[in-house]
Every structure is written in C-alpha cells, then in structure tokens.
Ligand binder design. Structure first.
Ligand code: TEU
Length: 541
C-alpha cells in the first residue's frame, strides 16, 4: 500500500466532540456541524473512535454489533450524510475496527454461551487458564458460563478475544470491514491489531504479564495480508493504521512496508512510556528526556532506512494530555504546545492530531474520584488502594494518568459546558474551558501554528517525503533531526525545556532560511540560542 504522505489525520472522540440533541453525548450531526472547522484547520482525514452498538463498558471498544450504529450517535442516514458532507469539503473518514475482541453481549458470544459449538469456536476457550494478566488488571481469563472452561479476555472481562485461527471468524470480520468500506469511508484504524495472532497452544509466560506470548506473533502478518487482500488492498487511496501494543521496530517495518501488503502505517507507544516508573503506568515520574530522544531517533532512523512508515502522535483517547506531561503549562502553554506539534509534524510519518490538541487543551483537573468513569481508571484506583496507597495518593496518580483526561468534552467556547452540550455532559468538562477554547484560540498562537504546519506538509515535499537523520544526538535538552530530500535539507530544533540553550550551527546551515518557528524573531547565526520550548526549522534549498 503506497500511502499519501502529505495527509494529516484528526482524531474525533465522537462521544465528546459536539452534542446537538442535548443528551450530553456527542453525535454525528455535531460532527457535520463542525466540518467547516476541520476544513479551516486543513486536515485531510478524520478518525472516529467506535460508535457501534455497545454496552459501553469500555466506551465502545466492546462492540455488540459490528454493522450498526449506536442510537446515541444518530442513525445510518446521519452517518451517510456525514460521509457525504465530508466528501464535499475534502474530508475523508477513517473508522475504528475493533477486531481482536467483541463484547460478551455480541450474539456470537451469547450463542456460544448457550452451547452452540459453531460459535464456541469463535472464541478462545481453554480448560486451564494461563498466567497472563489482563491489560485492565486481574487475570486475562474468566469462567465461560458454568462449562468449567475459561475464555480469554486480554482487556476487560466484557471483551472476549476472537479466535482468528477459525476461518469463519476471519470471514465474518472481513465482511465487517467491507460493509463500512462500501459506505464510502477511506481509512481504517485497527485496534490492538498486533494481538490477533494467538498460538495454537497457549503457554504460561511470567515475563511482562504474559505479553510476549501473544504480541506480534508471526501469524499476525499472515492475517493482515489476508485481510488486505479480502478488503481494502486493491484501493491505493485507502489509508490504514494498526494500533500496535508493545511492539518492535522490526515488526512495524513488516506491518507498514509497501511491498508487504499489510497496512499503510503503525502506531507505537514507546515514547509515551518515558514517564513510567519501571515501565508501570500507575506511577508518578518526570519524563526522561534522554529516553525520549533516543526512542525518537532509533525509530525515526530505522523506519526511514527500512522503508517502514509510522503514525506520529502525542495524544489520543487513551493518554493524558502530552502538554501536561512534557511542558510547564503554567508559564509556557503556547510555546510548549507549538514545540510539541513541530517535533512530530515536521518529522517522517503521518501526523495525527487528537481533538483539542490544536487549541492546547489540558487535563480536566478533577477534584474527586467520583468524576472519573473509565473502567481502567476505576480498576486502577481499587488496585492502588489495595496495594496500600492512601486515597490522596491514589487520586493524584489517577489525575495524572487517567484516560478520561483526554476524553472530556471538546472546548468550543466559554459558554455553559464549553459549548459542547446544552444538557449534562456524560463526562464533566475541564476546569480551563473559559480561557482555553476554540473561539479564543482561533486568534491565538497554537491553532494558527497547527494550520501552518499542516499546510507546510502539503507545500514542502521534504516534510512529507524526506528521510530522517538524527541530529545533535548528545544534547540534553534539544531534540533535533534532519530531513533530506533531493539535495534539500531541513533541520528541526526543539528545546524540550523552559531554560534557554545554545548550540553551534553546522557550517552548511548558515546559508539556510527559517521555514517555521514558534518565536517571531528567530535569526540564523553561527550560534543559536533556543528560548523556552522554542522550535525552529531551517531549510537549505
Ligand atoms: O487500546 C489498546 C491498549 O493497550 C491501550 O492503549 C490501553 O488502553 C492502555 O494500555 C491503557 O493504559 C485500545 C483502545 O485504544 C482502547 O481505548 C481500548 O480500551 C483497548 O484497545 C481495548 O479495545
């Protein structure tokens, strides 16, 4: 699959984008209403998180019917109108396909539970559970009714893993992909797709909660090639991205290299674990710059040299805001937001913007556990207390790490509920909405900087097509890289701290021109001083 490298994707969490009915939940008509906003920003494609019928135990990632729409968001006619409205304004849609597991309320699981053997083979049932730990805490196995057997659930108990070894399962799932493809969508994001390939015999695995036993298994590549062939593969304009949990560069090259016919690109999460204490999410730690820089350089260079393609991002619906994690937001919110943006939008890969990032939205700063709804956060809170943390300590960790941090309503303006809904939002709005919102930011620095970055990727081939070479690798506060394309060179310098820092510019760049920067008066000189969270990109033509 050859990917159009000039495109930028915008992620919408439908539940929290714009509510037009007053029920407190965002909907398709709200998205239609905001298409002109997306057009103004300049993005090409919108990734929508799941909107299918679901008991919402995991906010829609527990699907009970793959080919229908949860009435909370609208109906099929609204959906089709949204696709049409996007088409008219040059915006395509990418849907979330959750094919590793389905809800236990799905009729396949219900039939299996009722004793239907055909459907029992849709799931991963064993007499003896392995020692694997669920990603949401506790054992990855739950009793399968009163049969004495256990079913595998790598995520919540309500999300049963599907048995991809069964050709009937693959057939059903490929039909799902084609169903939505035929509705006119132009992309898919495949949820935890590197976990679909389970071995025939499942073994205990004491390392890393059992992850090596089911992650990136070789057969996953075969399944992806089968899916590619049976669904989107023939359409060159299609854009597909796999969400890869705990993956490797080697596998991501295989998932995304064009001649492999698997996917267009891969998400990995290593750079968002640099503030985890000993790899554990539910801890508090300042980010490790050295680790971040090294990860970006290794992935950037190796993907570039081996013709792989990455999805680049700082935020999504599973992560607290990067601004809160990497930047002193009290003093330098705008500088930090624009620097983070440049550090990925000028890099090699397809940039993804998570709604609200383009206006510098922050974590909501809730005061109480009662404000959180995410199943993972609620489980983690219980586990933290059981481990002996006080309520205050546990809340502080949830505040910093909860997935609800980015799932809060989009901040459109300073009116009631941030202009998101006239009813009671399903998740409380963030505290900062009166000052941080679209209306205010459209005249501000961050939104316009994103607009410029998106436009530059379309104008300057070196940004979309150039290769990636690490630069200033020994710096303790500058993350820098070079892009090279047909004799041109682009050097991107990012100061990740509030302290100013100087560097000596390589001789050849002294003739370069400023392409973009987040301070107005940057000059190219022998010695360059980068100010707080300054980003500066200079080009040699
Ligand atoms: O997430 C996969 C995944 O492993 C995570 O990013 C996980 O949410 C993270 O470790 C939490 O700290 C995907 C979806 O993006 C997520 O929303 C779903 O809950 C999950 O799959 C299950 O479908």
């Amino acid at each position: 699959m050859v990917v159009d490298k000039s495109k930028v994707v915008y992620q919408i969490y439908p539940k929290s984008f714009k509510d037009t009915t007053g029920n407190g939940i965002g909907d398709f008509r709200g998205i239609i209403e905001k298409i002109p906003y997306l057009k103004e920003l300049g993005v090409d494609m919108v990734w929508l998180n799941p909107f299918y019928p679901s008991p919402q135990r995991d906010n829609g990632y527990d699907i009970s019917d793959y080919k229908a729409i949860n009435p909370l968001f609208g109906d099929m006619a609204d959906f089709e109108e949204m696709i049409e409205a996007g088409k008219e304004q040059g915006i395509e849609f990418m849907l979330d396909m959750v094919l590793n597991h389905c809800s236990i309320e799905h009729e396949w699981f219900q039939k299996a539970l009722a004793g239907d053997e055909y459907y029992q083979d849709f799931f991963i049932l064993r007499e003896e559970p392995t020692d694997w730990v669920s990603k949401f805490g506790g054992s990855a196995w739950a009793p399968f009714g009163d049969t004495g057997k256990y079913y595998l659930h790598l995520f919540d108990e309500s999300q049963a893993d599907l048995n991809w070894r069964n050709p009937q399962v693959r057939k059903e799932l490929f039909q799902v992909v084609n169903f939505w493809k035929d509705k006119g969508v132009k992309g898919f994001r495949f949820d935890v797709i590197n976990l679909i390939g389970k071995d025939e015999v499942l073994e205990n695995c004491p390392i890393n909660d059992g992850k090596p036993a089911y992650t990136d298994r070789p057969i996953t590549h075969d399944y992806l090639q089968m899916m590619n062939k049976a669904t989107f593969g023939a359409d060159e304009s299609f854009m597909t991205v796999g969400e890869m949990s705990s993956t490797t560069i080697e596998n991501c090259v295989l998932y995304s290299a064009p001649d492999r016919n698997e996917l267009s690109m891969a998400f990995n999460f290593h750079h968002l674990k640099v503030d985890y204490e000993e790899g554990q999410k539910w801890t508090l730690k300042a980010f490790d710059f050295e680790e971040l820089k090294t990860l970006f350089h290794t992935w950037g260079q190796e993907m570039s040299e081996q013709n792989g393609w990455s999805a680049l991002f700082w935020n999504n619906h599973d992560q607290p805001r990067a601004l809160n994690r990497f930047v002193d937001v009290k003093q330098f919110r705008s500088e930090g937001a624009t620097m983070l943006a440049a550090s990925i939008h000028l890099s090699r890969g397809t940039p993804y913007i998570y709604m609200g990032e383009e206006i510098g939205m922050l974590d909501p700063d809730y005061d109480s556990m009662a404000d959180y709804v995410d199943v993972e956060s609620l489980n983690a809170y219980r586990i933290l207390l059981a481990e002996g943390k006080s309520e205050e300590e546990a809340l502080a960790i949830i505040k910093a790490k909860s997935r609800d941090n980015t799932r809060i309503p989009m901040q459109w303006d300073a009116s009631l509920n941030a202009g998101f809904s006239t009813g009671t939002p399903w998740l409380k709005v963030g505290k900062s909405y009166q000052t941080i919102n679209v209306e205010a930011e459209q005249k501000g620095l961050i939104f316009n900087f994103y607009k410029e970055l998106i436009a530059l990727r379309k104008k300057e081939k070196i940004i979309a097509e150039g290769n990636y070479v690490p630069a200033f690798v020994d710096s303790q506060q500058i993350y820098a890289f070079e892009r090279q394309y047909q004799g041109q060179k682009l050097l991107v310098l990012n100061n990740f701290y509030a302290d100013a820092v100087s560097l000596t510019l390589p001789e050849e760049y002294r003739e370069a021109q400023v392409l973009i920067g987040n301070y107005a008066d940057s000059k190219i000189d022998e010695s360059i001083c980068l100010r707080a969270y300054e980003t500066l990109a200079i080009i040699l033509r």
